[in-house]
Design a protein around this ligand. Structure first.
Ligand SMILES: O=c1[nH]c(=O)c2[nH]c(=O)[nH]c2[nH]1
Length: 319
């Protein structure tokens, strides 16, 4: 039996619609483009407290209406193809429309559709799914003391980018003790499924109407393309001493490349591929420099994570 003399209070709350699925087709030319999105909208504010504590729905914007709003804004928006701006437009819409909303938190996942090549030529309106990788963005816009003020926390991400290299990776000189069985590897397979996210430095917004024009100055699509390019190029070209060392090089470059990027975090599972010892069959050599048959190991994997941040003495973006 619950003890009613123990006092409790509502500590945190956010509510909204998750997994709103939406496909926007850009038909401005006969070369169509598509944005296939999964959206989450979460609203917060003092006004919603009583919906939890007193069963009052007076302030509750139905999550069904939030879903409808996603479709209406996708129809009218000019910025659906820049995930960060569309997320900002959606979040700001809820703050502008409902005076009692204090925070709007929008997450958007963009699913891949690559243009189909037919008879060697890119097709105008046919696409194929070239992997499970997604682009993501997460924006949290808060209303300030002044109802028109906005603070923006924004981060973007690459998720599920699966990569593998067949040489140019070693792992040596690590701790050897009575728990160690792993041989030193001068040359090994390296494979990971990249999770990367980066935080933007953004100014305080004094007027909600200037939010989109201000954010539009940040080249979000170019930054995304560049982080992906740096990730792939570094993965391919680095003579990797470990996942840790390669990760750090990847993250540092994107901060150095873009003044708006404040920090970059990676989570890199180390998906092991071990050479199969074939000496059971007529002494066949397949270890070390002889290896070319490997066993992919589904589980467990290593998991290497780190966040690299711009040092405080480095100049920050001014918009
Ligand atoms: O790049 C690596 N980092 C590690 O920390 C580690 N540990 C391990 O067993 N293999 C590897 N590989």
């Amino acid at each position: 039996m619950a003890n009613p003399s123990v006092n409790v209070y509502l500590d945190k709350q956010e509510y909204g619609k998750d997994r709103v699925r939406l496909l926007k087709v850009h038909k401005d030319t006969k070369v169509h483009r598509v944005d296939d999105l999964t959206i989450r909208v979460l609203l917060s504010g003092e006004a919603f407290t009583t919906s939890y504590t007193e069963a009052s729905n007076k302030a509750v914007v139905a999550t069904d209406s939030m879903k409808n709003t996603c479709y209406i804004l996708a129809k009218s928006s000019k910025v659906v193809d820049t995930l960060e701006l569309f997320a900002a437009e959606l979040a700001n819409h809820f703050l502008n429309t409902y005076a009692w909303v204090q925070g709007a938190h929008v997450t958007i996942i963009r699913h891949r559709w690559a243009r189909m090549i037919v008879d060697g030529k890119p097709h105008n309106h046919s696409f194929w799914r070239d992997g499970d990788e997604t682009r993501q963005t997460d924006i949290f816009i808060k209303r300030g003391q002044n109802a028109q003020d906005r603070t923006v926390e924004l981060k973007s991400a690459i998720s599920g980018l699966l990569v593998l290299k067949t040489t140019g990776s070693s792992f040596e000189d690590f701790v050897r003790d009575e728990y160690t069985t792993l041989p030193e590897a001068k040359d090994r397979i390296l494979s990971t499924c990249v999770e990367a996210n980066w935080d933007f430095t953004l100014p305080f917004i004094h007027n909600s109407a200037s939010l989109l024009p201000t954010l539009s100055q940040v080249p979000f699509n170019a930054i995304y393309d560049s982080v992906r390019e740096v990730t792939c190029k570094t993965f391919a070209e680095d003579e990797s001493a470990s996942v840790q060392a390669t990760l750090y090089k990847m993250a540092a470059q994107s901060i150095q490349n873009w003044k708006w990027v404040q920090k970059v975090a990676y989570a890199l599972p180390n998906r092991h591929f071990f050479p199969v010892d074939l000496k059971y069959f007529r002494g066949t050599q397949n270890l070390n420099e002889h290896a070319d048959v490997y066993q992919p190991v589904a589980d467990p994997s290593g998991l290497i994570t780190a966040t690299v941040t711009r040092a405080p003495d480095t100049s920050v973006a001014r918009l």
